[in-house]
Write a protein that binds this ligand. Structure first.
Ligand code: HEC
Ligand code: HEC
Length: 325
């Protein structure tokens, strides 16, 4: 009887060894996922980055500026058409409609051309993109994340819409130097390193574009990194951007991690996003960032604790008689 058990278990062991040798997933470099599963995961990652971290649709869609945080007009996601010169007249040197980035508009672009527009700020024709398109931050986006965003763009519902070409009265060279980038070499920090991963999210999430003050020429003042004070004047409201450095009097110094997360969640509830705050509205895309995962928001918080605290008192709505939100 003992012998029989020994023989059977030997057979089982041999069968297992053969199975393991045949199982391609155990080969070095192979993943344990089927091709369909990994494509699905890539699309999920692209969708998350595009809608919760980089917020492509925050610019490449029509927005309802009458509602809190100017949410996207449903059905226009990625279709472009926002007339930037009307919405931000003080910041656009000419006329510019945000382009359509659904497959209707990008059908003749290769994946690499789309990736280069996102990370290097150059369109299919080789023209430099206006730096409101946040390619300076996106130049640091990891190869697998860029590819995930491109795959997600390809999956969007095509919206048949075209808009006039931009008419700028300053040369593209005035936009400042293009990032020196080969996105294929970019790697993603380990999520276990919260501060590094948080820095990555803040960079690709381009927080600095609004939260760092700029010179008259619109160049970021890096010695005042994230200390707020940029003022945006829209036709229906004006807002000054908050100081998010860890200064304890004028920044987020006294905020706990729980307070930080709560701010993103309470400012993105359906009731909040449907409300009409009038002159006390904001450009902070709470409807997008508010859907970021807890772990990603915690990583951002961890990183923000490490930037130099800068004293800069900001009044978000100096002209609107509102209590602070
Ligand atoms: C803060 C606003 C903003 C965000 C966020 C943004 N874009 Fe853009 N994007 C623009 C503007 C403005 C242009 C046009 C610039 C120009 O033509 O000079 C543009 C241009 C582009 C182009 C070139 C299209 C063309 O026809 O020339 C692509 C592709 C693109 N964006 C993709 C993306 C993707 C993908 C994301 C998210 C990962 C994104 N953008 C996020 C504002 C934005
Ligand atoms: C398009 C411009 C814009 C971008 C991009 C942006 N912010 Fe903001 N943010 C604002 C404005 C304007 C305010 C002030 C009004 C408000 O509280 O909504 C603000 C407020 C905040 C507040 C609230 C601070 C307070 O004192 O109540 C936090 C926290 C914050 N932003 C974090 C971030 C982070 C983190 C990022 C990047 C992931 C980011 N923001 C990207 C414009 C922006």
């Amino acid at each position: 009887m003992k012998r029989l058990i020994f023989i059977i278990s030997t057979f089982v062991a041999i069968a297992l060894i053969i199975f393991a040798c045949n199982d391609k997933s155990k080969e070095p470099g192979a993943t344990t996922l089927s091709k369909d599963d990994s494509l699905k995961q890539q699309l999920e990652r692209g969708k998350y980055l595009a809608n919760s971290v980089v917020n492509c649709a925050d610019c490449h869609s029509k927005l309802d500026t009458s509602k809190f945080s100017a949410p996207v007009v449903p059905g226009t996601e990625g279709g472009g058409g926002l007339a930037l010169h009307e919405i931000l007249p003080a910041d656009i040197p000419g006329k510019m409609w945000v382009p359509n980035i659904t497959p209707y508009a990008l059908k003749d672009w290769t994946d690499d051309e789309i990736a280069r527009a996102i990370t290097a700020g150059v369109n299919k024709k080789g023209d430099t993109l206006f730096p409101l398109m946040p390619y300076h931050g996106l130049s640091r986006m990891a190869k697998e994340d860029v590819e995930a965003v491109v795959a997600y763009l390809r999956s969007l519902k095509p919206i048949e819409a075209s808009f006039p070409a931009r008419e700028l009265f300053i040369p593209a060279a005035a936009f400042g130097p293009l990032p020196d980038v080969d996105y294929k070499k970019n790697t993603r920090p380990d999520t276990a390193d919260k501060v590094k991963y948080g820095e990555y999210l803040v960079t690709i999430g381009h927080c600095t574009d609004c939260h760092t003050p700029v010179t008259k020429e619109k160049m970021p003042m890096m010695d005042k990194f994230l200390s707020g004070g940029q003022h945006f004047k829209l036709p229906t409201f004006e807002v000054t951007v908050s100081n998010i450095t860890p200064d304890s009097v004028t920044g987020l110094g006294t905020w706990t991690e729980a307070m930080f997360l709560a701010k993103f969640r309470t400012n993105s509830t359906p009731e909040m996003l449907a409300s009409k705050p009038g002159k006390a509205n904001t450009l902070m895309p709470w409807s997008f960032y508010g859907t970021m995962s807890d772990s990603d928001l915690k990583a951002i918080y961890a990183y923000l604790r490490t930037v130099p605290p800068i004293k800069n008192k900001v009044e978000k709505w100096p002209t609107a008689a509102v209590a602070s939100r």
